[in-house]
Unconditional design. Structure first.
Length: 319
């Protein structure tokens, strides 16, 4: 079930001005993502008061992964979500209104293949690998297979949601998994004879995007601009006030502050659109096509909608 938390205002500031909306009732929005410090701008915008000072009353729903929550944009069950490329493309295929409005996070050293009682990628052959289908976990695993020229038939893929992977590994249901932090670090700390076999910096920089329902966003242009302004301000705060941002993320997620601070050094918060953003969306399209899960042909230009970001920060749109 999705977990809801109430708005906490704090006295944070950022480079962009924070307009006052004291005379008007705040606009309500519902947004959704996973329980993961790579999605820090959503949490910081809430905990740091950026949503409030931009005249928004935002409910943040959390689920098993950011990618799982993107599906709620179909039919506008939520107004925005934060997750990986493949999930965004898949949701767009179901509802063309689901679009990426900006790249939120570059996962520089974030996703790993971790094994138990496995010494190397070579030793992983014939083993069971946990992968969260339709998420950055699957995007990364497919990139590993392609980059290392592996034979997919050498591995048994087990569909496991990210929060269940450590327990599945400990029970012996899987021998390894490919997933994002904090699960690799938690497995290393909790389970003996585990090791990182490969990290994403050797393979691919996976990217998380902020998505919106375009139909709702266009009909609610004022809310969309306030939301995008909040995202830019929260990203700048994460970049320029790392210790305080980590504290806010730790508070929201109820995770150990030191762990959160360490994990946040492994990513780069963006809130922009660049050729790298386009390339990663194209990669997701190509991977879905290769798995016969591309219901119709689609292009990055259809999945990415730069208009929302351009309205508040045109210099951040470089495509």
């Amino acid at each position: 079930m999705m977990r809801r938390r109430h708005l906490l205002a704090a006295g944070a500031a950022a480079a962009l001005p924070l307009p006052a909306f004291a005379q008007n009732a705040p606009i309500r929005m519902t947004i959704a993502t996973g329980v993961d410090p790579s999605f820090a701008p959503f949490y910081v915008a809430r905990e740091g008061g950026f949503f409030q000072r931009n005249g928004l009353d935002v409910t943040v729903n959390t689920g098993p992964s950011g990618s799982a929550m993107i599906a709620f944009l179909v039919g506008n069950q939520v107004n925005s979500a934060y997750g990986a490329e493949q999930a965004g493309v898949s949701a767009h295929l179901v509802d063309p209104n689901v679009v990426a409005v900006c790249e939120g996070t570059a996962l520089l050293r974030w996703i790993s293949v971790l094994g138990r009682n496995v010494a190397s990628m070579e030793d992983l052959k014939g083993k069971r690998v946990g992968v969260a289908r339709g998420t950055g976990s699957e995007t990364f695993w497919l990139s590993v297979v392609s980059r290392l020229n592996l034979n997919p038939a050498d591995y048994t893929i087990v569909n496991v949601e990210a929060p269940e992977m450590v327990a599945a590994l400990e029970r012996g249901n899987i021998d390894a998994f490919a997933v994002w932090e904090p699960w690799p670090t938690r497995a290393l700390r909790a389970i003996s004879n585990t090791r990182i076999l490969l990290s994403n910096e050797q393979i691919q920089v996976v990217r998380n995007f902020v998505y919106m329902n375009k139909g709702w966003a266009e009909q609610n242009a004022e809310a969309t601009q306030r939301f995008m302004r909040s995202m830019v301000q929260a990203q700048e705060f994460c970049t320029n006030n790392q210790a305080e941002a980590a504290q806010q993320v730790s508070r929201f997620l109820r995770l150990d502050r030191a762990l959160v601070a360490e994990l946040m050094t492994k990513v780069e918060y963006k809130m922009n659109l660049t050729p790298d953003s386009v390339a990663n969306i194209q990669l997701a399209i190509d991977q879905l096509r290769g798995m016969n899960r591309l219901a119709r042909e689609v292009t990055p230009a259809q999945v990415i909608w730069p208009g929302a970001l351009a309205a508040v920060a045109p210099d951040r749109v470089r495509i």
